[in-house]
Ligand binder design. Structure first.
Ligand SMILES: [Zn+2]
Length: 392
């Protein structure tokens, strides 16, 4: 076993990282890019483990020594992983990281700072970070993660070595879910297909019936869009589902953190929290709120991508490319849908979804953006009987 095992389909990137770790003098700043779910943060953590690995037989990133195990468990004092709970990083957060990067590593090897979502930085924050990357202390190594090199400012990009992860193939995700998560081949295959190579979503879908139900409700929305009031209702449903998912996932994490804190201080599950510890518990609550807020954004974006898979399948059927459908289990209604519209209309709908995603990312009120999208999704469709009449 090794720390590279859980990176399906990324042989090229793994080779690059492994060589850098073995060289003993890797570049001090790395930019790990790849679409969401391709395993950017896993790759960053594996690289950090290989850099700190204590194995002496040449198998760096052995996965067995205490350095490898603690890095993978996120509990190694020399590795800091930061992820913003807000829509963008706060400048204070980045200053704190830079201070941390100055500390000598306890292991004597490297102090590694993994910054997830490096694309979520304002230009001012980026400039603060830039200085740190330009003149790094000899023992510090930065790994920035972003969807693509274009998502970070060119000043940062030009100072980092880029490692690009691919969308893992459906087969490799299926194989991972069976091997690592113990899923049945059928469960793993369904989850790998509908998640389109997003490993985290595939795992959630495979494990949680609630998540599967939410996705099913989402992908059936396009079939029920006949009138403007349907569109408004559907937009409400989609935003509610995203809110529910974000809230429940933030609640789960907060409950877990509270349990951990209670155990650490020896406070029973139902015992009252002593006044001197209240601020620490209050912090968990603050973090929960922030996570839930940001989670709505992320989960709404995923829902929109799910809706887009429906039109992608419709287009596949219209163009008769014989490609596999993402939503194979809905083939019949999809075929029906495809027969009743033109590929140009389908493309316009896919564009409308892209526009809504863009607006939400730019902080437009989510409900308004989704409503506008839903209306665009029906307007073509409801015109359809008239236009067919005209054509025939
Ligand atoms: Zn090791």
């Amino acid at each position: 076993m090794s720390v590279w095992d859980d990176l399906p389909g990324q042989e090229h990137a793994v080779e690059q990282l492994r060589r850098a770790a073995e060289s003993g003098s890797p570049t001090h700043a790395w930019l790990m890019t790849g679409p969401p779910g391709s395993g950017r943060s896993n790759a960053a953590r594996a690289f950090a483990a290989a850099l700190l690995c204590e194995n002496t037989s040449g198998n760096l990133g052995c996965g067995e020594c205490s350095a490898c195990r603690t890095v993978l468990a996120d509990s190694n004092p020399d590795v800091s992983t930061v992820v913003t709970e807000n829509v963008t990083y706060m400048i204070e957060d980045v200053r704190e990281l830079i201070t941390k990067a100055q500390d000598r590593p306890a292991s004597g090897k490297w102090r590694v700072i993994i910054m997830e979502d490096a694309d979520r930085m304002t230009e001012r924050t980026t400039n603060v970070l830039l200085k740190a990357i330009e003149e790094p202390p000899p023992h510090s190594l930065w790994i920035l993660c972003a969807p693509s090199p274009a998502d970070v400012l060119v000043t940062i990009r030009s100072r980092c070595r880029n490692v690009n992860l691919r969308v893992p193939s459906r087969e490799s995700v299926t194989e991972l879910l069976i091997r690592r998560d113990g899923l049945s081949p059928e469960q793993a295959d369904f989850a790998a297909r509908v998640s389109q190579g997003h490993i985290g979503i595939a795992r959630r879908l495979a494990r949680s019936e609630e998540t599967r139900k939410r996705r099913e409700t989402t992908v059936r929305i396009p079939f029920a869009l006949k009138t403007a009031s349907d569109a408004v209702r559907a937009a409400g449903t989609l935003v509610d589902l995203a809110t529910a998912e974000a809230t429940s996932s933030a609640d789960d994490r907060a409950a877990e953190e509270e349990r951990g804190l209670r155990t650490a201080f020896g406070i029973g599950a139902d015992a009252t929290i002593p006044p001197q510890l209240r601020s620490q518990f209050k912090q968990i609550e603050e973090t929960r709120k922030r996570r839930a807020r940001r989670g709505i954004h992320d989960s709404l974006d995923r829902s929109l991508l799910d809706v887009a898979t429906v039109y992608r399948d419709v287009l596949t059927l219209q163009l008769e490319t014989n490609e596999e459908l993402i939503n194979e289990h809905m083939r019949e209604p999809l075929q029906d849908f495809a027969d009743k519209a033109q590929p140009t209309e389908t493309l316009a709908r896919i564009d409308a979804i892209g526009l809504a995603r863009h607006h939400i990312a730019a902080n437009v009120n989510p409900l308004m953006a989704v409503e506008a999208m839903m209306v665009a999704l029906i307007s073509h469709h409801s015109n359809y009987p008239a236009s067919r009449g005209a054509r025939s």
